[in-house]
Design a protein around this ligand. Sequence first.
Ligand SMILES: [Fe+2]
Length: 515
Amino acid sequence: MKFFAFLLFSGFIANLTAQDLFDKEINKLIDPSSKPFCFGVASGDPQQNSVVIWTKVLNDSDQTVAVNWEIATDSAMKNVVAGNEFRTSFSSAYTVKLQVKNLQPATTYFYRFETGNIFSPIGRTKTAPLKSNQLRFAVVSCNNFEHGYFNAYHLLANRNDIDAVIHLGDYIYEYGANKNKKHKSVRQHIPEHEILNLQDYRSRYAQYRLDKDLQEAHRLHPFINVWDDHEFANDAYKEGAKNQQADEGDWNTRKATAKKVYFEWIPIVDNAEESVIRKISYGSLADVFMIDTRVEERCKQVGPYDTLLQCTTRTILGAKQTAWLTQGVEHSVARWKVIANQVVFSELDAHQLTKKSRINADAWDGYPEERKELFDSFYANNTRNIIIVTGDIHLAWAFDLVLNPTNKNKYDRKTGKGVIGAEYVVPSVTSNGLGERIPRGLAKIVELILKRKSTNPHLQFQNLVDHGYMLLDLNNERANATWYFCKTVRKRTEKFSDKDSWSTKWNENRLVKEK
Ligand SMILES: [Fe+2]
């Protein structure tokens, strides 16, 4: 860690006090009656015998704060099974985060916090099962606060049938407030400038977590998070980002700051490496592999025609993570191997739309050799039943998971030859996509061009314009994805416009549309 970063993290710089943890505009958003637990409660990383519980206290002094926590099997908090005191301080911005152990598998728990005789709201969470016949994950990504209301989170909060919410990143956006009067945002970012330093990142998370819909979704479901680029800066990679300008300071300092704040706010297991790479076991039915295609080892992106594209030393996961993932998938005895991934994994040829950017080089299409390495490993070990869930791109797609989709000797859509699973791409919760850029009718034409058999025969389902969330239902026979699309994100509403549903059968793997 650089000395400057150390000073920032230690809170010794500029005589910071607890009142300075956040931008002053944040204070205006806080309902005094919700203090000190104004950011709500959350849980995450459910394992078969443990779960992380989280809150944050708003503290007016700079003193260490003692917070009591307890976890029970009933919503009235009568049958308490564990509890203790947790001391939190300025250095973590008064975060309370702990992993509660020795819990029972497949059990719903309730938890709360207390300090100064004030109790937090009661949270609900659920541990992973040892064995089960049915799992249901909600899968989300990309909730830009400025681009809309978090209606998807409101609807998820109202569901009682979800085992966990998998968040694929872009949990916050680093951009400053949109000042474009022609294309006004629904809400405005705090602070107004692009976030760069510790107070900036903390303030941005604070603003997002004061959103009642996101807060309620966290209170009622465990989350399993990974980051994408915007938790750092747009199009991030290991050594930099597209949105990291020369006058914005040192990238490694910014990256370290963004990581620290992510771990302060997200109910993820703390670890010395500050890594999001981990496996969450859901017993006999699923192993969930959380991967990092962004800041762990990713090489800088190159253009869509760059000769470096085929270079075998270019990496998106890095050798260590690649080995961890391929071996983990190979040795998994779970029915389904779920990979929680950020950028689109499947090949997508867009040259008939635009020759200039025939591929999305920020996605796995920009790292084809490493993708081939993964496919080669899966094919060599006869591994099937892989479900990749993907965010980042702000639209919904379903692909047959296949290495050479246009090679008729390697892939047969009708028989499922060559298919080893499915990739389900989830829409953004709010972040602008094609729907904000072109009319709906034109988007339908884009869909028709993209799904031509000569270019993308493995692309089975598309919705390029709507926002929402996806449910991933797993049982012994099939892995089903159902996309729920919001009527609008320009205002708060419970209305949904549509849903679509596709499945892949166990060991058969080609995608089939559900009625
Ligand atoms: Fe995004």
